[in-house]
Each structure stands twice: as C-alpha cells, then as structure tokens.
Design a protein around this ligand. Structure first.
Ligand SMILES: C[S@@+](CC[C@H](N)C(=O)[O-])C[C@H]1O[C@@H](n2cnc3c(N)ncnc32)[C@H](O)[C@@H]1O
Length: 250
C-alpha cells in the first residue's frame, strides 16, 4: 500500500489532523508576503482549510487522489471549494505563480530521489512571483543519527472511532550513508478486543544538514536564506527539532 493513499488517507486525519504548532507560522508569512500562496503536499487540508476559511488565497498541490477527496469533502461541509492540483511538485505544470510557497510537515524530505529534490526546488523557483518566498520545514534525527535504532515497534497513538480501536505503532531504520530514514507505520484495528485489520506502510524521509539544504537553495537561484527553529520566529539553534528554511526568489 502506498503512503498517503487508500486507507492511510483516512487514518491520516485520525492521527495527525490535530497538529497545530505550525499553523500560525505559515499564516504569518502568507500575510506578510501579501499575495496568493501554494501549499505543497496539501493532504487532507489540515492547513489549507483553516487558511481558506480565514480568507487567505491559498491553493494546494497533492499527488494522492484520496487525500484530495477527503480535503474536498471536509471543505464542502463549510462551503469551501479549494483548488488542489493533483501533481507531484517535481513535475509541477500549472499556470499560476505565487508570493508564498510553503512545504509543511517535512514534505520536501518525502522526495527521495536527489534529482527529484533538485527538480522540485527548481519548480518552486519557477512558480514563485518575483520576491516571492519559499518555506521548507525539515527535521533531523538528532537523537540517533548513527543508525543504532533497535527496530522494535513502539506505540505512537491509540484512537477510538465507530466502536473500533486503532493502534498506530512505529519502527524506524536509518541508512546513514544514503541519509534516508524509513519509518514503518503499523495500523492495527481492534473490535471487541479482536484484531480485525492490520497493515504496515513504510515512509521514507531523506535528511538534509543545514548547510546542504542552504547550498541546494543557492544553486536553485534563491537568496536571503534564513533558518528558523521550531515554528518560532527565532533563528534555529542546536536545540531546535524542526528547522524551517525560508528563501526568496532573486
Ligand atoms: C505529512 S503529509 C502533510 C499533509 C498536510 N500538508 C498537512 O500538513 O497536514 C505530506 C503530504 O505530501 C504529499 N506529497 C508527498 N510527496 C509529494 C511530492 N513529491 N509533491 C507534492 N506532494 C507530495 C503526500 O501525498 C502527503 O499528502
């Protein structure tokens, strides 16, 4: 099963829709840049829908048909009709340009092939208006980048829905030479204490060091590169978990 497709799209909201820590951060820059914005990997609309509701001009790019369908269903309930292009960022082919392009929840790290990641940055550059800004959230496995994960299952969260209990567990492996972490998500659904369904999906994430991503942004033509920590407006430091890179079209 593909990540973010089929049933996973449904489970996404069950486990991740509540995340709020980054909402104000992107909203602040979208307003500051004063123009249309594009969310890359807009998913089920966790950010897109509240931004549209508050009157921001935001569209999305999302390759998963199921994620888009869930986003549209939620939006229709409050009479919103988001524009979401069903495409991969690295192949993006659209007519509009934007003042802000933002990539929340480490979506840039989901692009595993290095040539695709470079293509993706070139596409962002192309679809930004002059002086437009990109925001890219990333994280690094500071706790254990040496690859000594023990690969055991750890329960991450448990949710109750329609009389059944779903347990999400995670197991992680890390290829340090390739800079790729593979996180296996295991979903187990129980009804009346009986296991009804169980499946495992791998999620690959490529890691970027600070200077590596800065160099890639420079090579793609960006200027004014800054790195913020943890969705605050402070510069990132060694204590930051999430690094949010911002850069402008030259
Ligand atoms: C972690 S989810 C984030 C969803 C949403 N932005 C949020 O914050 O809740 C990552 C999303 O990025 C999408 N995605 C993965 N690779 C992508 C790519 N190459 N181009 C655009 N979107 C991609 C996935 O399908 C998924 O919906």
């Amino acid at each position: 099963m593909e990540l973010y497709s089929g049933k996973i799209a449904f489970f996404y909201d069950l486990f991740f829709e509540h995340i709020k820590e980054d909402e104000y951060f992107y909203e602040y820059f979208i307003k500051l840049n004063d123009g249309p914005a594009l969310e890359i990997g807009s998913g089920t609309g966790r950010l897109l829908i509240p931004y549209l509701r508050s009157g921001l001009r935001v569209s999305g790019v999302e390759p998963s048909a199921q994620m888009i369908e869930i986003c549209n269903q939620k939006a229709e309930k409050i009479n919103l009709h988001p524009t979401v292009y069903q495409q991969f960022l690295q192949d993006l082919d659209i007519q509009e340009q934007y003042k802000t392009i933002y990539m929340p929840l480490f979506v840039f790290q989901n692009i595993i092939k290095r040539e695709d990641a470079i293509k993706a940055l070139n596409k962002v550059y192309k679809y930004l208006l002059p002086e437009g800004q990109v925001l890219i959230s990333t994280y690094f496995p500071w706790n254990d980048p040496t690859g000594t994960y023990d690969q055991t299952w750890r329960i991450n969260a448990i949710r109750e829905i329609e009389g059944s209990t779903t347990v999400l567990s995670e197991s992680i492996s890390f290829d340090k030479f390739e800079q790729i972490q593979t996180k296996y998500f295991k979903f187990e659904s129980f009804k009346n204490n009986k296991l009804e369904e169980s499946f495992i999906v791998p999620a690959h994430l490529r890691f970027y060091s600070r200077f590596e991503l800065e160099g890639m942004l420079e090579s793609a033509g960006f200027k004014d590169i800054q790195v913020y920590g943890d969705y605050t407006f402070y510069e990132a430091s060694s204590n930051s978990n999430a690094l949010i890179f911002t850069a402008k079209k030259a």
